[in-house]
Design a binder for this molecule. Structure first.
Ligand code: AVI
Length: 319
């Protein structure tokens, strides 16, 4: 059911089910303790992530923006001027503005889990682009979802930031299959993907000298404490990010600095000194790796753009 307000429509796709407590128990019961990276993004976490995108060591954001700006006119040729533009994990992203200004779609469909973010950015975009209709959809990617039917037209999705890298390949494949269904025949996906490279560059990007990524990682514990009945001392953990070459991913961990206990309601979980909680994976893909993944999801590669230093790629895929 859509709620309309001056060229802005809001759809609650399904009730977003709060599974934080179950996820926490499950994650702390594993031999390698783990937490889902989706719990980074409370208000503080989202602000810290915005700071990360501006760090000198964190190359993905500025590299992706440069590629988008450089090739904006090519996107018009490939995606078409009359397209209906969907965006996954839209947040308050500024990258979409580059595409909106180039493509001038009539309809823009941002999809995000955060209602506040969605509505605030929908309002701003509708105000800045008087020709645009914004159909904001609150969705939870862990469930299947649909978008409203806008009738015939070319549907294109935009999924920037290499957020696909935060899903394990099997889940990434499921999510991309869902996107292929959403955009349908003749539809396409423009997606930003961080590339495999020298592990030193990768590790520096996730262990920045100002310690912002460390704060971002540790903040997940504060978020848990605020939302649930959890006893944990964030000061007893240290951030570390390492590149795992076998799996082609950066792994972020919180390392326990001493033997200690985390209590969730009346359940205790013990950690030995040096034991870690795995808080995020960020998979890196060569162009070929990524082509293999998307083929399994029903996409055909149409074009790929890479910066001169081969740091970051943007793929246009067709169904
Ligand atoms: C959102 N995501 C693509 C970021 C990444 O690079 O995997 C999250 C991040 N984690 C640490 N720094 C940035």
């Amino acid at each position: 059911q859509a709620v309309k307000k001056e060229r802005i429509y809001y759809y609650e796709q399904h009730k977003v089910i709060d599974t934080m407590l179950d996820d926490l128990h499950q994650g702390l019961s594993k031999p390698q303790k783990a937490l889902s990276p989706k719990y980074f993004y409370d208000q503080t976490g989202s602000q810290l992530f915005d700071q990360i995108t501006e760090l000198p060591e964190y190359y993905p954001t500025r590299t992706e923006i440069a590629i988008l700006k450089q090739h904006a006119s090519e996107f018009v040729d490939l995606l078409g001027k009359d397209s209906i533009l969907l965006e996954l994990g839209s947040g308050s992203s500024l990258k979409i503005r580059i595409l909106l200004e180039a493509l001038k779609p009539k309809i823009y469909v941002p999809m995000d889990i955060s209602k506040e973010h969605l509505i605030a950015s929908a309002q701003q975009l509708a105000e800045d682009y008087p020709w645009l209709e914004v159909h904001a959809n609150r969705v939870d990617y862990s469930q299947s979802w649909e978008i409203p039917d806008f009738g015939p037209g070319r549907y294109n999705a935009f999924f920037p930031g290499s957020s696909i890298g935060n899903f394990d390949p099997e889940d990434a494949c499921k999510l991309l299959s869902q996107v292929a269904k959403l955009v349908g025949n003749n539809g396409g996906l423009l997606i930003g993907v961080d590339m495999k490279k020298d592990s030193q560059i990768l590790e520096q990007a996730y262990n920045d000298s100002a310690g912002v990524t460390a704060q971002f990682n540790l903040n997940v514990l504060n978020h848990l404490k605020q939302r649930l009945n959890v006893k944990v001392e964030p000061e007893n953990f240290q951030h570390k990010a390492i590149y795992n070459p076998e799996l082609g991913r950066i792994e972020m961990h919180l390392i326990s600095q001493q033997d200690q206990t985390i209590t969730v309601d009346d359940q205790s979980y013990t950690l030995k000194k040096g034991e870690t909680i795995h808080t995020e994976s960020s998979y890196k893909y060569s162009v070929d790796d990524f082509h293999q993944l998307v083929a399994r999801a029903g996409f055909k590669p149409e074009k790929v753009w890479v910066d001169d230093d081969q740091l970051f790629s943007i793929h246009y895929l067709k169904v």
